[in-house]
Design a binder for this molecule. Sequence first.
Ligand code: LLP
Length: 418
Amino acid sequence: MSAFTRKDGELFAENVPAADIAREVGTPCFVYSLAELRARFRDYDAGFEGADHLVCYSVKANSNIAVLRALANEGSGFDVVSGGELKRVIAAGGDPSKVVFSGVGKQEWEIADALDAGILMFNVESPAELETINRVALERGARAPVALRVNPDVDAKTHPYISTGLKTSKFGIPIERCLEDYARASEMKGLEVVGADCHIGSQLTSSEPLVEAAGRMAALLRRLDERGIRPRYIDMGGGLGIVYDDEAPPTADEYAAKLVGALEGLDVTILVEPGRSIVGNAGILLTSVLYHKGNNEKNFIVVDAAMNDLPRPSLYSAFHRIEAADDTRDTVVADVVGPVCETGDFLAKEREVPAVAPGGLLAVMSAGAYAFAMASNYNSRPRAAEVLVDGENFYTIRRRETLDDLIGPESIPDVLES
Ligand code: LLP
């Protein structure tokens, strides 16, 4: 069941009319459902029942600290890729001992902060990074828990920009050469080898490639075991897709059960790093219609949200359903575009959408993941507000940015004073 439903034709977020939120908070504004967040997290947990596991929500998908707190309250761990994300997890009350740190370009200060915080493990992406983590750990008299991020060379069959498990990708260490790197890591005094990690891509609509990757990782663990290296965590990354349009991805509990099957017989704790499949359909973007305009070729509906608020359509030609917040039935074939001065600024193209008049409200669906988190201030547009709904109540969890916020960090040097 979705958290976004209709009552007498009117769009609700849980038990709150979307129009009420827009009236109070203004638009553009992201609206998240607490019930949906919790339900999606619990699906994962239920799917792994009986197996040692830790679900590490991938912070990059939606990093609002209230979202992180909601998941921390459920017992979630976290997958972070920067010192900034780690800061957010700690500010949200997340448990650092349930944090994994991924990413190809960890900097020394980020490694030091993560060591001081006492994270669960670093997912290491290259032999050079092993050296750096070893050195930073030794300088602090610490031993850094590490996993190697292995590139299992599996085709995730998703958008090329979000596919990461192929040989040509910048991510991970090729599976055929990682035995050598494991051997080196296990000899470094500042490191403790605790895990093996992979992540093959995002918005995967079949569990097949994920299960294939799990099989390859299981084979790797057996070969490591023969060499006396026994990681106790296997991190299978994130990647499970969601329904934006007519996709039919497996549910989290189905996927989890398959992973448990593929890793059967290994004495390990299973980690996963889902992002989109937890928050993606827990969020929508509310936007007001500003103008209708047309030329001989096309109709345009100009709205107050733009590519800076939701970059996915412009970046990946991604599809997001667009609905009226009220019961408008008439439709029009149009491009739904924002105010940003780029032809690439669109939320929908040549789409049959509700013919909502200027002043009316549209909802861009499935906007909980990689939406606000990827938003920018391009065209000096303040970033949107974020709201969390819980039953009949809603709370602003990020106020709309002000014009002063935009120029706050900037300054004019004396040399320019005339
Ligand atoms: N773990 C690692 C190492 C990752 O790189 C990612 C996503 C995840 C976990 C979470 O994946 P998820 O469960 O959300 O699929 N901006 C793109 C998606 C980029 C994904 C990057 N990595 C989009 O809007 O589709």
